[in-house]
Design a protein around this ligand. Structure first.
Ligand SMILES: Cc1ncc(COP(=O)(O)O)c(C=O)c1O
Length: 422
């Protein structure tokens, strides 16, 4: 048993505590190094966050410059700071809606919970307090807070906590018709918002069916329902644009972001709120939004985000994701014929998943974990998703050779697993 006092998230500590810890000591570009100096490809960009890659001194320098002047102060009331102002203006400029306002948080779960509270207060301010139901998609992951867990589409995450949040409903992940049907059966006058990840990430890397995003946006608009795009994963170049919403020509009322916003160099999240939703709070009708976090508008984190966005822009990382997107099906094709592979899922942007054969998964439920462990031995770090898929979402700085390195490691992983009894 190790002497570590660190409790790991989403982890069975009864298994981890008996193992020697795996300590990452350094990162450079798309690679990480362990305590012995062994090099690993970061094939998941941490937890989908490290879009600009590791070891960027200019981000650390931006943090150092800001923090040695003033790391943080409250932004409640009329207090503000320059980096938070600059970042809000830059995010508003990128928003597909005119005149957006930006509300800062400390991460993705914070942002989703903030969005839920914001839309419920919005409808209250408009004199429609019955509009409380939050709709979301099956399989979606929206975070670990009470609200974001409660609207999540992964059943395992919700179990055992009692009732997390009232007035929610889930719709099929891939059917705009099901959204329409659910709204009709609940009554649109009860529905506050529809929350959706443009590409469902942790829930299995599920790309939207052709026309789905435009169709759900139209349904929401027609029923007056607030459309919340959870772009915590898809934002900041991952989807081949600053936001997947821009890429797909969808105009959400609220864009929720985190992760790639700072590439994980600091914890930070944001809501980019369209004018329609912000207006009652800005014209006095709604009164104050009684919500905010200690670190909302954290100056050091905002400086880090600005430096991260400079890199994404200067190095055209969204364009690199877009160009890799077209090459990924070819680069990953050596996996498609493997008997243990059901499907290699590619779609929009630099994200993909290797779905294992359901029969192999039935026979060996631990197969994805075994493949991931063997890939680590082969020098590639990633993880398996909830349905047993192997995640590929590297930093956006990679080229063909790193994609091939990933494919080779998956093959090594699959081929070192003893043949399955079927
Ligand atoms: C789509 C999505 N939304 C929200 C979250 C929650 O973000 P955080 O872990 O920063 O709270 C995540 C985290 O993985 C996510 O993937």
């Amino acid at each position: 048993m190790t002497t570590s006092r660190l409790w790991h998230g989403f982890t069975d500590m009864s298994t981890v505590r008996h193992r020697a810890p795996f300590t990452i000591t350094r990162g450079q570009g798309a690679y990480l190094f362990d305590a012995e100096g062994r090099r690993y490809l970061d094939a998941s960009a941490g937890l989908w966050f490290c879009n600009v890659g590791h070891g960027r001194a200019e981000i650390a320098e931006a943090a150092q410059r800001q923090m040695s002047r003033m790391a943080a102060y409250s932004t409640f009331g009329d207090y503000t700071n320059e980096p938070a102002e600059q970042l809000a203006a830059r995010l508003a400029e990128l928003s597909p809606t005119d005149g957006a306002s930006v509300f800062f948080t400390s991460g993705g779960s914070d942002s989703i919970d903030s969005a839920i509270k914001l839309v419920r207060r919005f409808w209250l301010a408009l004199g429609l307090p019955d509009r409380r139901v939050i709709l979301s998609r099956e399989n979606a992951y929206h975070g670990g807070h009470i609200g974001s867990t409660g609207i999540g589409g992964i059943a395992l995450d919700r179990e055992g906590f009692g009732e997390l949040i009232t007035d929610t409903a889930r719709v099929a992940w891939d059917s705009a018709e099901d959204l329409e049907k659910t709204i009709t059966s609940l009554g649109a006058e009860r529905v506050a918002a529809f929350v959706m990840e443009p590409v469902i990430a942790a829930g299995g890397c599920l790309f939207p069916p052709q026309g789905y995003l435009q169709a759900v946006a139209e349904i929401c608009r027609r029923h007056g329902i607030v459309l919340i795009a959870d772009e915590v994963v898809t934002g900041f170049g991952r989807s081949g644009d600053w936001f997947a919403s821009r890429r797909f020509g969808v105009v959400p009322d609220i864009i929720v972001c985190a992760k790639g916003l700072t590439s994980g160099y600091m914890p930070l999240g944001a809501l980019i709120v369209g004018d329609r939703i912000a207006q009652p709070f800005y014209d006095g009708t709604a009164g104050p939004f009684f919500h905010g976090y200690t670190y909302s508008g954290h100056a050091g984190a905002a400086a880090v985000a600005l430096a991260t966005m400079d890199i994404i822009e200067r190095e055209a990382l969204a364009q690199n994701a877009l160009s890799l997107e077209t090459r990924l099906p070819d680069l990953m094709s050596p996996l498609t014929d493997h008997p243990m592979v059901q499907e290699v899922r590619t779609g929009q942007g630099l994200m993909a998943a290797v779905e294992l054969n359901p029969q192999a998964l039935r026979v060996t439920p631990g197969l994805p974990m075994a493949v991931v462990a063997s890939m680590r031995e082969a020098g590639v770090l990633t993880r398996s998703l909830v349905g047993g898929q192997i995640q590929f979402s590297p930093p956006l700085i990679i080229g063909n050779s790193q994609a091939t390195e990933f494919v080779d490691a998956v093959l090594t992983g699959l081929n070192t697993i003893p043949p399955q009894r079927t």
